[in-house]
Unconditional design. Structure first.
Lengths: 546, 546
């Protein structure tokens, strides 16, 4: 089953089919040595193949040998980047891809890949790296549709869709056990490959086929690389590394969680890096952990890395002896297997789901989906990350400030607009729902001063800092200014519930010395103490906190 | 006093001196109409002049007329950007320049400007937009030093330094009132200008002078602009707009605060935008509110915009009738006035101050200072903003999580490592000190699971959300995963002190339906309720909160 998949993804990456085989052998063994997942299978996958195609296309290379060498260089660069990230324990970089951005990216990539394969089904050139490019190529090529190809490709596609959608219910309905039925469904692509290859050979159809695949061991050695090539590929390699890593780790974690095993994300960086170096040294192209191939291992109950080694031996035998069998394999069949595989990745439900949860998440998804489709995978995912980070920063720059009062019968304080609480006209407590830093310092200054202007009975202002996780130098200077302005208005400024790390920082400044009021350990302390003072009872009994 | 300053800053911007005069007239009147500050004086200032020089230099314009037209286009673009920002109420954009970045930028610019004027004092070409460029030019030109220029420039510089440092103490020591002494010190530049001009004329010194300044009204009209020029200047114009706005607003706010007046930051955008449009239409270059010229208004007790109008009339008379008087004004004298003015901006104390407060603030300052000096003003300030934002995001991606217990005798909960608190082996409460979003969701997942693994007596996990200001879609999915994993381990997950806006969001998801435990209004409720349950007393009396 791995063989047609490897051939197909090489086709998707714009590479000769044997490159897909080579990329499936050594990396699989290397991952088995370094990886922490017992079931992850490393090799060519759809999204990374598409990204590789999009990285290689602008180089304008003429000969196939040059493109193959550049693909190997891309794998080496990607491996080196992953190893460096692993050495620096930079797995956290992948966290900047939010779930919605990943979901949107995978969905849009799936649509883009499926669209790019329609040309192969029609027997025409339908290539391109964005939806407009593909649509234009298909429109131009439509009159040259090859009907023999369309019949073979259409039949393969219909068969594969039926196997996936209709066969399992049919078999289970006929009394076959669920597990056996799933296995039958999974060998569907193999049946399609054998069937269409035989038909093409027997009828000597004039359609695009894989053709002569050189038999032999993967060619070991360093590909030729010049500084210009490295410079052109370093950016795409970084993006492929991060996307490949995120895909691989999420597959590994999903499967590990089902068996109560744990994955070490930083070690995974090293293992994937080594696998890509292996791919680059053995005539392959960038690889990562794929969902479909790993699930096979998982279902087969793989408990040791031996499963990977066995698969590698099988692929090696195929590369050595079976390549003549693929001569008459129609490209349209491979395109059909790609389309069916990637359409299962498409899940547009992230759009309504993020819309109903939070508009910022929706904006990030929509940007990712639209720009991936319209401007390509690299711009799409980079814009998604940029938009989600920008929206996060924008929200922190406009903090929520709640005026709070005491919940009756408790020492707890909540928003006066949402709860029935006890307040005091001489005291206003503002709970600042954000870390204080340069981007919101001035705004907070204005909000506080606006609240106190014209409140004639007011004596004390308490800033409740339970949600303030940080006060940077700009914000500390703003607090100094607030303290001074409130002093001018005859008001005293107090802080409550300042956290340990924030308090440590304030102690290293002059602010606490200038503060007109006190710092209370709890908001209840602050409110109770200041109320007693304000009402004239118990003056001088202020409880100083820290 | 405004006249030599205007001439000097035009020289700094690489423009003919009359451009400085023109930029001081109409913008002053326009600001008086639209501005909210009663004392702010708009015109050429040092930092913006330097930025204009750095924007115009790479254009490679040959004739002076072209450079003058490009400077006017720069003012128009800058004005348009400010007006658009004002219309969209985007004054908040300026907040992304942190105090340390601004302080570092102003200091580094001051050093850079002072260095760039040394060549004029030596009578050689010492131009450049970075410290290495200037040092190289000075080193190359040193053998050609013009001694007459050096004597005049050195004398002017020494006199101005003495006036600033030594004259005021001397006069006040001699019984002159502080205010009168300050006024004498302020007319020092005028004395230097008149003295060196007369000396140059009387002795017919062979040194670089301002030369023939055309007399007349500012030339009204739209400068010629082509799309290429607009494209080349739009980036620098945006940067000039933001920096100019920040400088102007901070001057206006500083002076307004002293008189208990208020400034409307969004209206200031409109006023500055209109002033720059006026500068562009009357042969000027980008302007902003300057500290030195505004302080004069302030000290003179200006209460109405009439002060600006009067100054504009004075400058208009100068432009019409006094320009012949500036013919023999040595450029070295103007350079000396610039050096003395900008060195008062240099304040390196921000480096130790930010170092002792927070390393992140220090990193932002250091980046700004070094890159401004070594790579120019634009790269310097842009890198400073980028570094401060990146460090903020980086910190939020690695949140502080504290395990908390009850402070005895109160309903308040604090870190078990910092305070003597009550804990219960069956309950662990983790206070998450950060909003939960994509960049820290996975990390939080790991931290929580790490804490609970192997704690055999544990029954309940409470996440105290008092510092969680937001939960985005990625983080909500992580919470679902945590809930499931804890369920697998036989543990119940509870939330406490979830804020109103966050709760609203969670209610729109399925998470609350899946949650194995409850959401408590206060941490005390949660701890007390679960303790009663755990100890077997009062089972079923759980107080549900929201």
């Amino acid at each position: 089953m791995l063989i047609p998949q490897s051939l197909a993804y090489a086709l998707l990456a714009g590479l000769p089919s044997e490159v897909g085989l080579y990329a499936s052998i050594l990396p699989l063994v290397v991952y088995a040595i370094f990886g922490t997942s017992r079931v992850l299978a490393v090799g060519p996958v759809a999204v990374v193949s598409m990204m590789a195609a999009s990285a290689l296309a602008p180089l304008g290379l003429q000969s196939v040998a040059e493109v193959v060498a550049a693909a190997a260089v891309l794998a080496l660069l990607s491996g080196a980047i992953l190893l460096v990230m692993g050495a620096l324990r930079l797995g956290v970089v992948a966290d900047f891809l939010s779930h919605p951005v990943i979901a949107g990216f995978i969905t849009a990539s799936g649509l883009l890949i499926a669209a790019s394969q329609i040309g192969h089904i029609l027997g025409i050139d339908g290539g391109g790296h964005t939806l407009p490019e593909i649509a234009h190529a298909l429109w131009q090529g439509l009159p040259q549709t090859n009907f023999a190809t369309l019949v073979v490709g259409g039949a393969a596609l219909a068969f594969l869709v039926w196997v996936r959608r209709g066969a399992v219910p049919l078999l289970t309905g006929a009394g076959v056990r669920k597990r056996a039925a799933t296995t039958v469904a999974r060998i569907g692509p193999v049946v399609a490959v054998i069937g269409t290859t035989l038909a093409t050979w027997a009828l000597q159809l004039d359609i695009a086929v894989v053709g002569a695949v050189p038999a032999g061991l993967p060619p070991l050695g360093l590909p030729s690389m010049d500084p210009g090539l490295l410079q052109a590929l370093i950016g795409p390699a970084a993006l492929i590394s991060v996307i490949g890593y995120v895909e691989s780790v999420s597959v590994a974690q999903t499967l590990a969680a089902k068996r109560r095993q744990r994955i070490d994300p930083d070690q995974e960086l090293v293992a994937l890096g080594a696998s890509n170096i292996a791919a680059g040294l053995s005539g392959g192209y960038p690889v990562t952990g794929g969902f479909a191939r790993s699930v096979v291992n998982f279902d087969a109950g793989a408990q040791t890395p031996a499963a990977g080694a066995l698969a590698a031996i099988g692929l090696l035998i195929a590369a050595l002896f079976l390549t003549p069998l693929f001569h008459y394999l129609p490209k349209a069949t491979l395109a059909a297997t790609i389309i069916v595989a990637v359409l299962s990745l498409v899940d547009l439900s992230i759009l309504p789901r993020s819309w109903s949860y939070a508009k910022a998440d929706f904006a990030a998804v929509l940007t990712t989906v639209l720009l991936t489709l319209l401007a390509g995978v690299e711009i799409g995912v980079a814009s998604g990350v940029a938009v989600s980070l920008a929206l996060f920063v924008w929200r922190t720059a406009r903090p929520h400030v709640a005026e709070v009062g005491q919940v009756p019968g408790s020492q707890h304080f909540r928003n006066i607009l949402r709860h029935q609480v006890i307040i005091d006209p001489a005291i206003v407590t503002l709970r600042i729902d954000q870390s204080l830093y340069f981007a919101n310092a001035r705004r907070m200054e204005e909000m506080i001063l606006e609240r106190v202007f014209g409140a004639s009975e007011l004596r004390h202002v308490i800033l409740m800092c339970s949600a303030v996780n940080e006060i940077d130098l700009s914000a500390m200077e703003s607090l100094e200014a607030i303290n001074e302005r409130l002093g001018d208005l005859g008001l005293t400024l107090h802080l409550s519930e300042v956290k340990g790390p924030v308090m440590d920082r304030l102690k290293s400044s002059r602010f606490l010395g200038q503060l007109s009021g006190q710092v209370f350990l709890s908001q209840y302390d602050a409110f109770a103490t200041l109320r007693r003072e304000a009402s004239g009872r118990g003056e001088g009994s202020a409880a100083a906190g820290a």
